[in-house]
Ligand binder design. Structure first.
Ligand code: ADP
Ligand code: MG
Ligand code: MG
Length: 886
C-alpha cells in the first residue's frame, strides 16, 4: 500500500521527489535537532493521484486523520479547539522551488470561537484578531477564489480611516471590524460562508494547494524553468508559530552568504511583529541581520549558529525562513539557495578554500550557462552617465531599455522588438510574463530576498530592486526621481544589476572582465580567479576536445585565446562574396572552358591567401576546412531583379551580353527547394573545377606554411555526402591534386580527408562511408533539418512556438540536440564508422557543439571533439569537464 503522508521526523533531504523540496528539508532540519515546528508532509504522489482523478485518493483522508491526531497529541492541543486552538499552516512545496508560484495558507483552525480561545491563551486580543484576518484573507483568495485585491483594498481603507499606512497602528477593535468585513467579502464574492469547521478548512486548503500546481502562472514558470509538468506538489501541514504577537516577535529570511555577489558573510532581512510573507512583501521596511542582533541578541546568535550548522551540513549556501515567537527562534524553511552566476563561481572557490568541497565539486556547482552570463558585456566604466537612483544589486548584468509599467505592455512592446525594462513598486507572481520578456527589472521596494530579486536571479535577468528614491506611479505611467525629474513610459533607462545603479538614457556597454581574462589580460579580481580555477580543473577532467567554428584568421586567433584546440568548421562560402562574386558569376556563365579556367585561376591565389592566414593562426592545431556547400544561386543576383534589369536595358536598346547570359544561368539554377538541391558534394561532382581549385589552394597554403617553418594540419571536409560513391569521386580528384602539388613543390603535404555526416542516409551507411573518410563531422543543423523534415528558417518563426506550447518538444531541436531522434543517428553513425575504421576521428560542428545538454550527450556517445563559435568555446570546455564529473 502506498503511504501518502510522512511525519517530518520520517523524511530526509534526499526525498525531494516524494516530499518536495520544502518537506524534505523540513524533515532534514527536524532530524538535525533544529527547532522546527512539528508537522507532516502529504506526498507529491498524493497530488498526482488527485490531479489525475480529480478527487482525493481514498487512503489520504485516513492518513491525514492519523497524523493530525499525533500532531495534536504532541502539541497538547486540538486543531481549532475553542478554548486553546492548535493552528497549522498548509504549505505547498514542489521538488523544485517555484518561488511564490503556488499557495500557502496560514492560521488554519481559527474560527469565530477559537479566535477567542487564542486571545485568551495569549492574553492578546489584537494578535488573535490579526491572525484571524490573515486566515480569512489567505483562505478567501487561495481556497475560495476571491480576488486578493478585495482584501487588500479593505485593509488599506481600514488604515486610511486611522490615518496611517502602518498595519501596526490597527488595534484589536479595528482588526475585529476587518474580520467582519472580510467575512462579508467572502460571502458576497465566493457565494458561501467562510467554513467554521477546522477540519474542513484543512481539507479545502490541501486541495487548493494541489490545484495551485496548475495555475497559469505556475505553468508559465515551469515552462520557463523547464520543470516537468507532471511532478505535482507536496503539501506540508505544520504547527503554527507566531511572529505577529508583539515587538518581541517577528519573521525573517536569510542567506548564509550573499546570493548576489557570493561574498562570505550572512545576509538577511528581519521584520518585527510580522507573519510569513510580510518580510518579502515590502509592507514595512525590514532591518538587516546586524540590526536584528540589536533587537534580540539571543535569537540572532542562535540563528547564526544554526546557519553555520546548515551550511556545513549541506556544504552549500542555504536560504532560510525563520520566525521568532516571544523571543524563541523557530526554523521554517531551508534550501540550497539560488544565486547569481557571479556568486556561484565565488562561493565555489571560497567553499573549496574552506575545505567544504573539493575541486571536482566546484566544477559541478557551476554551469556553462552561468559562465556565458559572466561573458556578457558590462556598462563601460568610462562612459558618461547620469545616475538617477541607487538600489540593491539583486541580479547582475547591464540592461538598457524603455520603461514599461506592466506585463501587458512589456509583452506587447517586446513582441515588436523593443528592449524593455519592467519598472514596478514591487513585483508579484502575476508580473512573471513581463519579467520573462524584459531586459531588466527595476523595483522601488524590497530587498535581495524580494520576489523580484529571487525570480530575476532564477531567470538570469538583470535586476535592481528597492531603489527607494524612485516614486513609481504605474497608473500615471511615470516614475518620479528625487530631484523632481519625471520619466515616462517609453523613456530609456540603463540599470546595472551588479552595482544597483540606475541611469537615465542609454549607457554604452563594454567587455566583461571574464572575457578580458580569456583574451589574455592579467587581471587581479577574485571572480576572474574563481573562473580560472574552475576552467583549469574542467580542462583537466574533460575527455572531449573543443574546437571552434571560425573562417577568418581573426576569429581563429580569438578562438585559440579562448582555448580552442583547432578549427572544427571553417566555412568557405563567404570567401566567394564581395569582389570575388564576379569571378563566380564568370565561372557559372562561361561558355568556353578557357573562361571557366581563367575564373578558377583567378580565384586560386585569393583562396590560398585565405587558408594561409587561418593555418597560421591555428599553427600546430587541426583546421577542418569544408569545401563550398551552399547552392550556387546564392552567389548570383536575384532572379526577379536581374530580369527587370535586362528587360529595361533591352527596352533602351542596350543589350548587355553578360547580363543576358547570367539571366539564363540564374533561371537554369533556380530551385524550388535549394536546401535539397545542387549543393555540397553534388556541386563538387557537377563543377569539378570548384572543389579541385579549393583543394589545391588548401594544399598549396599548407606547403607554403611548411616552407615558412610552420606546422599546418589541414583537414579537407566534403559536405552533404549521402553515398560513399559521391565521396570516392571527389576523393580521387583531390588525391590527384595532392600528388601534383607535392611534385610541384617537392615537399610532402600531410592532410586528412573526411566528410560531414549531415544526411540520415550517411548516418545509416556510415560503415561504408568510413571506408573512404578519415574523419566524420556531424553537421547537426542539417541533420536536424533532414531528420525532422524541418526547414529551419521557415519553421522556427511559423510554428515552433505552438509546438513548444503543446509540449511536442521542450526546447527547439535546433537549440539543443534531439537526443532521441537525431542523437540516435549520431550514435549509430559513430559506432558504424568506427566499426569500419577504429581510429576514425569524430566530431560535431553544428550549433549544438556549444549547447550544454548536447555536449553531455556527445561526451556520452564518445565523440572526439565538439566545435562551436569562438565565444562559446569556454562554455564548451566547462561543460565537457562537467560531463566527465557527472
Ligand atoms: P513560499 O513557498 O511561498 O515561501 P511558505 O510555505 O514558505 O510559502 O509560507 C509562506 C510564509 O509563511 C513563509 O514566510 C513561511 O515562513 C511562513 N510560514 C509557513 N508555515 C508557517 C508556520 N507553521 N508558522 C509560521 N509561519 C509559517
Ligand atoms: Mg517559503
Ligand atoms: Mg550543412
Amino acid at each position: 500500500m502506498t503511504t501518502f503522508v510522512y511525519d517530518f521526523a520520517d523524511g530526509n533531504k534526499d526525498q525531494k521527489d516524494l516530499l518536495g523540496g520544502k518537506g524534505a528539508n523540513l524533515a532534514e532540519m527536524t532530524n538535525l535537532g533544529l527547532p522546527v515546528p512539528p508537522g507532516f508532509t502529504i506526498t507529491t504522489e498524493a497530488c498526482r493521484a488527485y490531479l489525475e482523478s480529480g478527487g482525493q485518493p481514498d487512503a489520504l483522508e485516513d492518513e491525514v486523520t492519523q497524523h493530525l491526531a499525533a500532531l495534536e497529541k504532541k502539541m497538547g492541543r486540538a486543531l481549532g479547539d475553542p478554548s486553546d486552538p492548535l493552528l497549522v499552516s498548509v504549505r505547498s512545496g514542489a521538488k523544485f522551488s517555484m518561488p511564490g508560484m503556488m499557495e500557502t495558507v496560514l492560521n488554519i483552525g481559527l474560527n469565530d470561537e477559537s479566535v477567542a480561545g487564542l486571545a485568551k491563551q495569549s492574553d492578546d486580543e489584537r494578535f488573535a484578531q490579526d491572525s484571524y484576518r490573515r486566515l480569512l484573507q489567505m483562505f478567501g483568495s487561495t481556497v475560495l477564489g476571491v480576488h486578493g485585491e478585495r482584501f487588500s483594498d479593505a485593509l488599506d481603507e481600514a488604515k486610511k480611516a486611522k490615518d496611517t499606512t502602518n498595519d501596526l497602528d490597527l488595534d484589536a477593535d479595528d482588526l475585529r471590524t476587518l474580520v467582519a468585513t472580510y467575512k462579508k467579502i467572502i460571502e458576497d464574492d465566493a457565494g458561501r460562508l467562510f467554513p467554521q469547521e477546522p477540519r474542513e478548512q484543512l481539507d479545502l486548503a490541501v486541495r487548493a494547494v494541489f490545484d495551485s500546481w496548475n495555475t497559469e502562472r505556475a505553468m508559465l514558470y515551469r515552462r520557463q524553468e523547464r520543470i516537468p509538468e507532471d511532478l505535482g506538489t507536496a503539501v506540508n501541514v505544520q504547527a503554527m508559530v507566531f511572529g505577529n504577537g508583539g515587538m518581541d516577535s517577528g519573521s525573517g529570511v536569510a542567506f548564509t552568504r550573499d546570493p548576489a555577489s557570493g561574498e562570505q558573510g550572512v545576509y538577511g532581512d528581519y521584520l518585527q511583529n510580522a507573519q510569513g510573507e510580510d518580510v518579502v512583501a515590502g509592507i514595512r521596511n525590514t532591518v538587516s541581520l546586524a540590526d536584528f542582533a540589536e533587537v534580540d541578541r539571543a535569537s540572532h546568535d542562535e540563528l547564526l549558529a544554526i546557519m553555520e550548522k546548515l551550511e556545513r551540513h549541506y556544504r552549500d549556501m542555504c536560504d532560510i525562513e525563520f520566525t521568532v515567537e516571544h523571543g524563541k527562534l523557530w526554523m521554517l524553511q531551508t534550501r540550497v539557495g539560488k544565486r547569481t552566476p557571479e556568486a556561484a563561481f565565488r562561493i565555489g572557490m571560497h567553499m573549496s578554500d574552506e575545505g567544504l568541497i573539493d575541486a571536482d565539486e566546484t566544477v559541478r556547482r557551476v554551469t556553462g550557462a552561468q559562465l556565458a552570463q559572466l561573458m556578457f558585456p558590462r556598462f563601460d566604466p568610462d562612459a558618461d552617465r547620469t545616475l538617477i537612483a541607487r538600489g540593491m544589486n539583486a541580479s547582475p548584468g547591464a540592461a538598457v531599455g524603455r520603461i514599461v509599467f506592466d506585463s501587458d505592455t512589456a509583452v506587447e512592446w517586446a513582441g515588436r522588438g523593443e528592449d524593455v525594462i519592467l519598472v514596478r513598486k514591487e513585483t508579484n507572481p502575476d508580473d512573471l510574463r513581463g519579467m520573462v520578456v524584459a531586459r531588466g527589472i527595476l523595483t522601488s521596494r524590497g530587498g535581495k530576498t524580494s520576489h523580484a530579486a529571487v525570480v530575476a536571479r532564477g531567470m538570469g535577468r538583470t535586476c535592481v530592486c528597492g531603489a527607494e528614491s524612485l516614486d513609481v506611479d504605474a497608473r500615471a505611467r511615470e516614475v518620479r526621481v528625487r530631484d523632481g525629474e519625471t520619466l515616462k513610459e517609453g523613456d530609456i533607462i540603463s540599470i546595472d544589476g551588479t552595482t544597483g545603479e540606475v541611469y537615465s538614457g542609454e549607457v554604452p556597454v563594454s567587455a566583461s572582465l571574464v572575457v578580458r581574462h580569456f583574451e589574455g589580460e592579467e587581471l587581479d579580481d577574485d571572480l576572474v580567479l574563481a573562473v580560472r580555477r574552475v576552467m583549469k580543473h574542467a580542462d583537466g577532467a574533460r575527455r572531449l576536445r573543443v574546437r571552434a567554428n571560425a573562417d577568418t584568421p581573426e576569429d581563429a586567433a580569438r578562438a585559440r585565446r579562448f582555448g580552442a584546440e583547432g578549427i572544427g568548421l571553417c566555412r568557405t562560402e563567404h570567401m566567394f562574396l564581395g569582389d570575388r562574386r564576379e569571378l563566380v558569376e564568370t565561372l557559372i556563365v562561361a561558355q568556353e572552358e578557357a573562361d571557366q579556367t581563367a575564373a578558377l585561376d583567378a580565384l586560386l591565389p585569393l583562396q590560398r591567401e585565405d587558408f594561409t592566414g587561418i593555418l597560421e593562426a591555428m599553427d600546430g592545431l587541426p583546421v577542418t576546412i569544408r569545401l563550398i556547400d551552399p547552392p550556387l544561386h546564392e552567389f548570383l543576383p536575384d532572379y526577379t531583379d536581374l530580369s527587370v534589369k535586362v528587360a529595361l536595358a533591352e527596352e533602351r536598346g542596350e543589350v548587355d551580353e553578360h547580363d543576358k547570359r547570367l539571366l539564363v544561368a540564374v533561371k537554369r539554377l533556380h530551385e524550388q527547394n535549394p536546401m535539397l538541391g545542387l549543393r555540397g558534394v553534388r556541386l563538387g561532382i557537377l563543377i569539378p573545377g570548384l572543389f579541385t581549385m579549393q583543394a589545391r589552394a588548401i594544399l598549396e597554403a599548407a606547403a607554403d606554411r611548411t616552407a615558412a617553418g610552420g606546422n599546418p594540419q589541414p583537414e579537407i571536409m566534403i559536405p552533404l555526402v549521402a553515398s560513399v560513391r559521391e565521396l570516392d569521386v571527389v576523393k580521387a580528384r583531390i588525391l590527384a591534386i595532392a600528388r601534383e602539388v607535392e611534385e610541384e613543390r617537392g615537399v610532402e603535404v600531410a592532410f586528412k580527408l573526411g566528410t560531414m555526416i549531415e544526411l540520415p542516409r550517411a548516418a545509416v551507411l556510415a560503415d561504408r562511408i568510413a571506408k573512404s573518410a578519415e574523419f566524420f563531422s556531424f553537421g547537426t543543423n542539417d541533420l536536424t533539418q533532414m531528420t525532422w523534415g524541418f526547414s529551419r528558417d521557415d519553421v522556427e518563426s511559423s510554428f515552433f512556438s505552438t509546438y513548444l506550447e503543446n509540449g511536442i518538444f521542450d526546447v527547439s531541436p535546433f537549440e539543443s540536440l534531439d537526443t532521441l531522434g537525431v542523437g540516435t543517428l549520431v550514435r549509430m553513425g559513430t559506432e558504424k564508422g568506427r566499426a569500419t575504421r577504429p581510429d576514425l576521428h569524430v566530431g560535431v560542428c553544428g550549433e549544438h557543439g556549444g549547447d550544454p545538454a548536447s555536449i553531455h550527450f556527445f561526451d556520452e556517445v564518445g565523440l572526439d571533439y565538439v566545435s562551436c563559435s569562438p565565444f562559446r568555446v569556454p562554455v564548451a570546455r566547462l561543460e565537457a569537464g562537467r560531463a566527465r564529473l557527472g
